[in-house]
Each structure stands twice: as structure tokens, then as C-alpha cells.
Design a protein around this ligand. Structure first.
Ligand code: CTP
Ligand code: CA
Length: 227
């Protein structure tokens, strides 16, 4: 293979990416999910592999092919994703793109919940572990830790607060409420993002998720290959 640093600038680096939604089981036939398609995370994994990195992609349930040269670990729930992320460390950089479910059901029903002709069942929820925050606070924290922020309002303000509170280097903020004519950012092929770092906000013009991925990997390469 090609080890020319011009073409494979991330050769020798390990990059961890999470992508997709998580599914939180309610009973054997039902789950809680969200609209994440996994496209943005898969595009980032593909771009990092194309730049020569060893890439571990921890993927929730999505209908996407594994990009060439990427090691993929499939998971369903947030708890499984947390365990897979821990097992994949150490890494030089991690990009947490997954739309991790914030809550799971407190108790999984072993049998299908039946309509009993009475009131609908109440779902009792419990909060899931914050995978990004726990990686940020761990002894195995990657040199460059990147989170995504899905917001529907006050996008940059909320995402700037998230960068600080989670202890990460960069946050890629996207407005998931915005319409693109194809059902919005979640599931669509386009993205409009802001790259938030310490004391700095860059507004990127609307572009394809592939283009966001390439630009982000370029920026990561600058950091990972400096010094
Ligand atoms: N994240 C995570 N584990 C969770 C929730 C979120 O690792 N249990 C990560 C996501 O992968 C993303 C970042 O944290 O990189 C921000 O996710 P987001 O849902 O925007 O933020 P939350 O902290 O969950 O806050 P809220 O959903 O209430 O806005
Ligand atoms: Ca969340």
C-alpha cells in the first residue's frame, strides 16, 4: 500500500468514529430510536480511512455499507455502544457522531407487552451513560476529541456550552431542525455545520455530508500531524 505521507497523511494513526442511532429495547418487538441515518459518521470514517488512518467505526443500527478499509463494530443500544467504544481505545482521535439515545427503558419486558383493553402502558425511562463525556474524562482520552451537537434552536450557543461541559476539543454543531426538502439533516445527504473550538466558531457553507467529512478530516490531520 501507499505510505507516501502526501497521500496517506494519517498513516499510523488510529481514529475512532461512532455513527448512527441507538435502539433502546422496550420489549422483544419494540424499541425507542431516532432519525439518525449514520451517513455523516460513515462519511467521516471513510474520509479518515482514505487519508491512511486505521479506523474503528462503532455503528448503531443503520442501512449502510462499511466503507473500504474501515473496521466496523455493530451495536444496538447506548450501553453496547459505550462498551464498544471503551474496547476500541486507545485512539489518536475520536469523533462521536452517533445520535446516542439519551434514555432507555428502565425495565426491559421479557415478553411482548399486550394491550389489555385498559390504559396504555407508561414507559419508565432511565438516563443512558454519556459516552463522549466519559471518554473525555478517561485516562485513555484521545489527543483530539470531537463531538457533534444536534440542535434545533440556539445552535451555536448550545453547542458552545456542550463543548465546555463535555470537556472536548471540538464540537461540530448542526441544525437538525432545518428542512432540506428531503426530510431534513437527519437522513438527508446535505449538512450545514459550525466547527466550534476553543474561543472560535467557524460557519461552514452548506455542503454534502461527504464534503463535511473531508474538510473535518483535513482539519484533524493538521492537528494530528503537528509537532
Ligand atoms: N453523546 C454520547 N452519549 C450520550 C449522548 C450524547 O456520547 N449518551 C455524544 C454524541 O455522540 C455527540 C454529543 O454527545 O457527539 C452531543 O450529543 P447531543 O445529543 O447533541 O447532546 P446531549 O449532551 O445528549 O444533550 P441534549 O441531547 O440534551 O441536547
Ligand atoms: Ca442527546
Amino acid at each position: 500500500f501507499d505510505v507516501d505521507p502526501e497521500h496517506r497523511p494519517l498513516f499510523g494513526k488510529h481514529i475512532l468514529v461512532t455513527a448512527g442511532p441507538t435502539h433502546e429495547p422496550i420489549d422483544p418487538v419494540r424499541f425507542i430510536a431516532n432519525r439518525s441515518s449514520g451517513k455523516q459518521g460513515f462519511a467521516i470514517a471513510a474520509a479518515a480511512a482514505a487519508a491512511g488512518a486505521r479506523v474503528t467505526l462503532v455503528a448503531g443500527p443503520v442501512a449502510l455499507a462499511t466503507p473500504p478499509g474501515v473496521d466496523r463494530v455493530d451495536v444496538e443500544s447506548a450501553q453496547e455502544m459505550a462498551a464498544a467504544v471503551k474496547a476500541a481505545l486507545p485512539a489518536d482521535a475520536a469523533v462521536m457522531v452517533a445520535a446516542v439515545a439519551d434514555w432507555r427503558t428502565k425495565d426491559f419486558a421479557q415478553e411482548k407487552i399486550k394491550k389489555r383493553g385498559s390504559a396504555p402502558p407508561a414507559l419508565i425511562l432511565a438516563e443512558n451513560p454519556d459516552i463522549l463525556a466519559s471518554v473525555a474524562g478517561s485516562r485513555q482520552r484521545p489527543k483530539l476529541l470531537v463531538g457533534f451537537a444536534a440542535e434545533t434552536e440556539n445552535v451555536v450557543d448550545n453547542a458552545t456550552r456542550k463543548r465546555k461541559s463535555k470537556g472536548v476539543d471540538w464540537i461540530v454543531a448542526n441544525d437538525v431542525g432545518q428542512a432540506d426538502g428531503k426530510g431534513g439533516v437527519m437522513g438527508g445527504d446535505e449538512n450545514t455545520v459550525h466547527l466550534i473550538s476553543e474561543g472560535k466558531v467557524e460557519d461552514w457553507e452548506p455542503m454534502s455530508k461527504q464534503a463535511v467529512a473531508r474538510r473535518l478530516v483535513e482539519r484533524m490531520t493538521e492537528v494530528l500531524t503537528s509537532e
